[in-house]
Design a protein around this ligand. Structure first.
Ligand code: KIV
Length: 310
């Protein structure tokens, strides 16, 4: 979209009735009623508009932005300021979806007060409706402090990418005796601390099913099977944009944006080589009158046109 164009309805179905904003209590109601919750990551204004208009319930401004958009090799370098910048953009593009900002590495690990302060900043300065924090048992004091500061907080257990320096690599959790027990304990600790929902990442589907059955709050799965109350995917994985050859088995790819973008860019290159862009319809004319003659512009003719020089 050109930066000139500011029509507020762009990307919205023309006849759409005003849509009620999604709320935290509504997610619980949907969970209780068995309606699946659709969550995608979003990092910028145009994608937020499109996903919001498409009926996605929750837009998660994930710290995956660091790897997917900013090119870091993990999520660890992502700063609170970077997360705030992206959260503001997503919030500006959202009318209906609940916007959740991910608390980046270092923004909560150093203490509850810091965690609560950062969470409040996401709400006050960026318009986020809630925050997400990685961890269960260890993160419980921060979850409680954030909830006590009146900021709804989503937990995240199983594979927690911010723990990469402890785990060594991104791997499925809950496949050993210890690990199953830890994931279960983390999920219960997060709920007990006051989380309103919980992401279950990369755990066996039977374990996710048990957690979903045992917890009251909605479970949102990514690589956690079909029993979860909702599903989340990274938007770039969903549409095949900028992702490498290898994608985790839990990703279902619905499009090939990288390929399509590459093709469009190659066609642009070819148009320049063939001098077929810009065409007349992409150009501005002088107004009829004396200007062309006055400024000695009337001897210019449009390339490949039938126009004759005067
Ligand atoms: O950062 C992120 O995108 C996430 C989701 C994968 C849950 O945490």
């Amino acid at each position: 979209m050109s930066h000139w164009r500011t029509d507020p309805g762009a990307g919205q179905p023309a006849s759409a009735a005003p849509r009620q904003p999604v709320t935290v209590p509504q997610l619980q109601e949907w969970c209780d009623a068995g309606r699946r919750i659709a969550v995608l990551t979003a990092y910028d204004y145009p994608s937020a508009r499109v996903l919001d208009a498409a009926g996605i319930d929750v837009l998660l401004v994930g710290d995956s932005v660091g790897m997917v958009v900013l090119g870091y090799d993990s999520t660890l370098p992502v700063t609170t300021e970077e997360m705030m910048h992206h959260t503001r953009a997503v919030r500006r593009g959202t009318q209906r979806a609940l916007v959740i900002a991910d608390m980046p590495f270092g923004s909560f690990q150093l203490g509850e007060m810091r965690a609560a302060e950062t969470a409040v900043r996401f709400v006050k300065e960026c318009g986020a409706h809630a925050v997400k924090i990685e961890g269960g048992t260890k993160a419980a004091p921060c979850i409680a402090a954030i909830a006590a500061a009146e900021v709804p907080v989503m937990a995240h257990v199983g594979l927690t990418p911010q723990s990469i320096n402890l785990t060594g690599r991104y791997r499925v959790q809950g496949r050993t005796d210890d690990s199953v027990a830890r994931v279960l304990e983390d999920a219960h600790a997060a709920e007990a601390a006051g989380a309103f929902a919980i992401v279950l990442e990369c755990i066996p589907w039977r374990l996710a099913a048990r957690i979903t059955e045992e917890l009251r709050i909605p479970t949102i799965g990514i690589g956690a099977g079909p029993h979860c109350d909702g599903q989340v995917l990274v938007m770039h994985d969903l549409v095949g944009y900028g992702v490498g050859e290898l994608s985790p088995r839990f990703v279902k790819r619905y499009d090939s944006f990288s390929e399509r973008l590459g093709e469009a860019a190659a066609r642009f290159r070819a148009d320049l080589d063939a001098s077929s862009f810009p065409a007349r319809e992409h150009c501005y004319e002088l107004p009829a009158g004396e200007l062309a003659a006055k400024y000695h512009l009337d001897h210019y003719v449009f390339p490949h046109s039938e126009e004759k020089q005067p």
